[in-house]
Design a protein around this ligand. Structure first.
Ligand code: ADP
Length: 253
């Protein structure tokens, strides 16, 4: 962002990108995008473009990190040097170390960790383009990649933020709103279990504002959850169609 806009919401009540306060950015989700990985997913949410790859359960390296009663989940959140306007150093920043931990802790409750003792599951998140709310989009993509890998899960995890800009509670803040606005509340949810796995707040909100922000974020999560399930189904429909084609060809031969 080069200039700080004076107003984030215009007279008609619309935001800088024309969205209504309770509207998500356009979301696109796809699974099975990295064939070398055991599971993978890609998300576009507004201008965010993020890839997630899952490897494992596999042997633990270094060995002393292995746990006797459950798998070890390792997450690495990384922003590519070209993901923001000014070149970002490729070395892991303090923020990236923190977000890696936040993403891991949001995903862990969804995985049956005890099914795979003495193993490790690696989750890599690579932000190709960032425009605010990347931790949430990363959680959504990483959970989808885990599901794609076939790791048994209690539910998918989906995340979305709500916050306050110009005294209005808004859904899914983009970068300018995140930076200029007064608060940001990222929420991760296992919608089927109605369980929150991440709740953070950056900024200041009254109790009522906080409640409406959390409720709005949960509504956003539920909308993205439907798209996550669609993305998984689309993969299996295309596999089924490929098999049908193959069977047809074999029958013709
Ligand atoms: P989140 O992406 O989850 O909202 P932050 O609130 O820490 O996490 O970051 C907000 C946004 O700031 C990011 O999505 C990104 O667009 C931008 N940003 C983060 N790090 C950098 C950086 N090193 N240089 C430029 N912009 C950055």
């Amino acid at each position: 962002m080069n200039e700080k806009p004076e107003k984030l919401i215009d007279k008609k009540g619309l935001r800088l990108d024309g969205r209504k306060p309770d509207e998500l950015r356009p979301v696109k989700l796809q699974v099975d995008v990295i064939t070398n990985a055991d599971g993978s997913a890609y998300i576009e949410q507004g201008k965010n473009k993020i890839l997630a790859g899952v490897y494992g359960p596999r042997e633990v390296h270094p060995k002393h990190l292995a746990l006797q009663d459950r798998t070890v989940l390792k997450c690495r959140y990384h922003m590519a040097p070209f993901s923001v306007q000014e070149r970002k150093s490729p070395a892991p920043s303090r923020r990236e170390v923190e977000l890696s931990k936040v993403i891991r802790e949001s995903l862990e409750p969804a995985i049956f960790m005890e099914y795979y003792p003495r193993t490790m599951i690696d989750v890599y998140v690579e932000v190709l383009q960032a425009d605010g709310g990347t931790r949430c989009a990363s959680i959504t993509a990483a959970a989808l990649a885990l599901a794609d890998s076939g790791v048994p899960m209690r539910d998918l995890v989906v995340a979305c933020a709500a916050g306050k800009v110009d005294d209005t509670i808004v859904l899914d803040l983009m970068d300018t709103e995140d930076k200029v606005g007064s608060a940001d509340v990222p929420v991760a949810l296992m919608p089927n279990l109605n369980a929150v796995t991440l709740l953070q707040m950056d900024g200041i909100l009254s109790l009522e504002e906080f409640e409406s922000a959390v409720n709005l974020a949960i509504e956003g999560c539920k909308q993205i959850y439907t798209m996550q399930k669609e993305a998984l189904k689309t993969k299996y429909v295309s596999v089924k169609e490929e098999n049908k084609e193959e069977n047809k060809e074999e029958a013709e031969e």
